[in-house]
Write a protein that binds this ligand. Sequence first.
Ligand SMILES: Nc1ncnc2c1ncn2[C@@H]1O[C@H](COP(=O)(O)OP(=O)(O)OP(=O)(O)O)[C@@H](O)[C@H]1O
Ligand SMILES: [Mg+2]
Length: 329
Amino acid sequence: MITEDYRPTSLSEIIGQEHIVKPLQAMIESLPNSIPHLAFYGKHGTGKTSTAISFMKDAFGENWDSNFLELNASDERSIGVIRTKVKDFAKRGTIGSFTAKDGKTYPIPFNVVFLDECDNLTPDAQSALRRLMEKHKQTRFILSANYPHKIIRPIHDRCAFSSTRFRPIEWRVILNRLCELEGNSCTTAGLTAIAQNSHGSLRKAFNLYDIFNRFPELSICEEDVNDYLGTINKSVIRTLMAKSVSAVKKDEPRMWRAVDSEIDKLAGRGLTGYDILNEIIRYTSEDEKMPTKLRNRIFSLIGDALHWVSVSQDDMLAVKAFLRRFALE
Ligand SMILES: Nc1ncnc2c1ncn2[C@@H]1O[C@H](COP(=O)(O)OP(=O)(O)OP(=O)(O)O)[C@@H](O)[C@H]1O
Ligand SMILES: [Mg+2]
């Protein structure tokens, strides 16, 4: 799998997360001194698992994986299963030695449990997890979650980085990474479209790249990527909104017909009213030139519109009604 082929093997290869990588490198410098438990929070595909593995490899070299246990809180269903696995792992103790930055060899000072998707644990299970973290003194936990607000306070308090986030990776940084890939046969416009449509996830970027790079004869453009993903080009949204405002100003039914036919075209591509409203939300959040008053008006109306597209028989009608309301007020 492409994402495994390109999984970083050292912290120096983690991109876009310097605010987390640098302190981790400092912790490695200070080994064999102890380190705290760690919390890696942030969106999908931004490097949490890769950072945990890279940390282990940089810290303990070839013995890293004998001292690493990866568990997934949603696979291991109950905290009972996690408790048993952690207990066995912790009881076994650390294995082997490593060379610290001072050039000396030391026994590995702690082993690491990487617990993915912790936000899936119930609060009771999290309390049990907290007790596990306290009980096994020679084991460090690296907790990973997409939704940190679901994690209980006592766990946050026991982990470094709990108020830090893995950031969505900037599209230009993703683009640079894609340009470096060997055997790359996409056009720059195609790679730019992939980077921009990955919304900060390098995993998503690699997967998209893998699909489009199989067709070197096609020069992929933004439209192709949008079509594949079922997303809408920003300029389409911009035009839709601008046309709606002018239709009200000029009071011309002909202009509304043009807006409606644009919406019908999107429906013909298989997009739903919900997809269109989501693109409007994204465009509204990202367009820095949009007047604040207009942005506030869109946000104050879009909640209702999202409700109507989900309950209405004709979701496109709900989108058309939203455009009229936002342009009229
Ligand atoms: N910051 C990054 N630096 C380098 N590679 C990255 C980064 N983020 C993601 N990747 C690439 O994307 C793949 C998936 O990343 P990873 O599994 O670390 O994401 P994650 O944050 O753990 O996602 P999830 O929340 O879904 O578990 C990796 O194999 C790697 O190739
Ligand atoms: Mg992960």
